[in-house]
Design a protein around this ligand. Structure first.
Ligand SMILES: N[C@@H](CCC(=O)N[C@@H](CS)C(=O)NCC(=O)O)C(=O)O
Length: 218
């Protein structure tokens, strides 16, 4: 399989973590959707990442569909989403919040990075941040023991950690281990897995994106 997208993309990282936790071999093609759209388009006509090319040449896009597919090709006891019942509902709820947090963070970053300052809408930026922080508070209130859905790591942990770590790079004064101690502890626990530690965005990539502390201390 080939995974298209850089670790800078939280949704690509979600898929990369999933592949590594499930010990599924893959080739990583870290093409950036904005900087290298023509390379991404070869796999993903809308120039969006992540895209996963399967061994038979078919391509899946959208991290939700991809992680669902990956769960379907591993034995039941390795799957990263509970199959049914209240645990599945809870996992879906938390994955939903974590993805929504990441969406708002991505929109906030797009506003900062792509739109010229004179055309930025302050209320939009503030709204994205407010919504993202509300979502992170929901995740912070979810009790991890030791994982969000109990004894086994799940997609809820993966996306919660991706969203928290990404937000803490972009708006470190607001999102940090003091304001979100449980999410910080969850991230620290997750980083014991190479699936998480090996998929952190390159520092160079982060610096080039201008996203480190992009809030300028706001
Ligand atoms: N819902 C999609 C979101 C994918 C997404 O937003 N990808 C971003 C990078 S993190 C992207 O490719 N943006 C460029 C674009 O949409 O034009 C998923 O879960 O995969």
């Amino acid at each position: 399989m080939k995974l298209v997208g850089p670790w800078l993309s939280g949704y690509t990282r979600r898929v990369g973590i999933t592949l590594r936790l499930l010990t599924l071999p893959f080739e990583h093609l870290p093409y950036h959707a904005y900087r290298e759209p023509e390379r991404v388009r070869v796999f993903s006509p809308m120039a969006r990442v992540p895209a996963l090319q399967l061994d038979d040449g078919q391509v899946l896009v959208d991290s939700h569909a991809i992680v669902d597919y990956l769960d379907s090709i591993v034995p039941a006891d390795q799957r990263l989403m509970p199959a049914s019942g209240p645990e599945r509902v809870r996992a879906m709820q938390l994955v939903g919040y974590a993805c929504a947090c990441y969406d708002k963070l991505a929109r906030y970053c797009d506003e900062l990075m792509l739109r010229p300052e004179a055309h930025r809408l302050a209320h939009l930026q503030a709204g994205y941040r407010e919504q993202m922080e509300s979502g992170l508070r929901v995740l912070e209130a979810a009790h991890a023991d030791p994982w969000l859905i109990g004894s086994r790591i799940s997609q809820a942990d993966i996306m919660a950690v991706v969203a928290f770590q990404s937000a803490s790079v972009v708006i470190p004064r607001t999102v940090n281990s003091e304001s979100f101690p449980r999410l910080a502890a969850l991230a620290q626990q997750a980083m014991q897995f190479t699936a998480f530690s090996s998929t952190l965005p390159d520092l160079e990539d982060l610096q080039a994106s201008g996203l480190i502390g992009a809030d300028n201390g706001i």
